[in-house]
Design a protein around this ligand. Structure first.
Ligand code: NAD
Length: 278
């Protein structure tokens, strides 16, 4: 199965479908990532705060998969944005991962009350220039934060990784990305299982029409909308199911029906709002 790739503004390519490891406990991460690599995933999304980078690294080392066939993302945690801390943080993440570079390094949250996310972005630019991250981006940044980092550096993030699923589509961030050539990564793509997405008639009808599961329909919606997506599951069966999304295509009407599930008023959000995370 060939996963489509997207070319980032750095010129590097990212597999559009990956595997995320948020809330995968440290002692289960190696097994979860090993089975994901066996299924065929080549793009892994972790973060320093997930405290499972060692397990991810162990699975990578054991897999024997050539480094240039893998795409590994990790993220700078909020308490390390100030001063020169990002430089120490990326070296610690690389040590834990057992890698000499990551493919993508992200500022995890803007935490605007701290006033350090612009500094963090300036340091990420240096980290990229030092070859420790091939591409750099941000996460949970709203247009005002994106404007601030670009104004300070002239460097547009390769991606913004934001909470994004049918009920919560953050159209203002999508518009900023389209205008500036920044790609969107969807976190919580299945709504983290926190709202009845799979029973929704638009999703259920498409699943029935194509003979697939509702989760596969939602993943397919992200892909057809051009988003980069990495659903999480520790179950090898669900990992395989979530990867098996290239044998069907949603019609334009099915995509439009799922587009219409955005509540429009932000009430579909299941995670923390970026302005409230400090
Ligand atoms: P998700 O939307 O991927 O949901 C995961 C949940 O869906 C799990 O509980 C799993 O049991 C269930 N699930 C998975 N596959 C299923 C299937 N086929 N059928 C039925 N249920 C299924 O949520 P997530 O893990 O929060 O998001 C994905 C990734 O995004 C994370 O692992 C992480 O890498 C990233 N993330 C980033 C941030 C951030 O702040 N940048 C925040 C949260 C998550």
């Amino acid at each position: 199965m060939t996963v489509p790739t997207i070319t980032l503004n750095s010129g590097h390519v990212i597999p559009q479908l990956g595997f995320g490891v948020f809330l995968v406990p440290a002692d289960e991460a190696e097994a979860a990532v090993s089975s994901a690599l066996e299924v065929g995933y080549r793009h892994i999304d972790t973060a320093a705060i997930y405290k499972n980078e060692e397990g991810v690294g162990a699975a990578i080392a054991k897999s024997g998969i050539p480094r240039d066939e893998l795409f590994i993302t990790t993220k700078l945690w909020n308490d390390r944005q100030a001063g020169e801390e990002p430089h120490a943080a990326i070296r610690e993440s690389l040590d834990k991962l057992g890698l000499d570079h990551v493919d993508l390094y992200l500022t995890h949250w803007p935490t605007p009350e701290k006033g350090t996310f612009v500094n963090a972005w300036e340091k990420l630019v240096e980290i990229r220039d030092a070859g420790l991250a091939r591409s750099i981006g941000v996460s949970n940044h709203l247009p005002e934060h994106l404007d601030a980092v670009v104004e300070a550096t002239g460097v547009v993030p390769a991606v913004d990784q934001i909470e994004l699923h049918p009920a919560y589509q953050q159209r203002d961030v999508l518009a900023w990305g389209a205008e500036h050539g920044m790609h969107i990564e969807s976190w919580g793509p299945l709504g983290q299982g926190k709202y009845p997405l799979f029973e929704n008639p638009a999703v259920a009808a498409a699943a029935e029409a194509h003979g697939v599961t509702p989760a596969q329909v939602v993943i397919r919606w992200h892909l057809q909308r051009g988003f980069i997506v990495f659903p999480k599951s520790s179950s090898p069966q669900r990992q395989a199911q979530n990867f098996d999304v290239f044998g069907f295509e949603l019609t334009a009407d099915e995509v439009a029906a799922i587009d219409a599930l955005d509540t429009g008023d932000g009430s579909g959000r299941v995670g923390t709002h970026p302005l409230e995370f400090n």
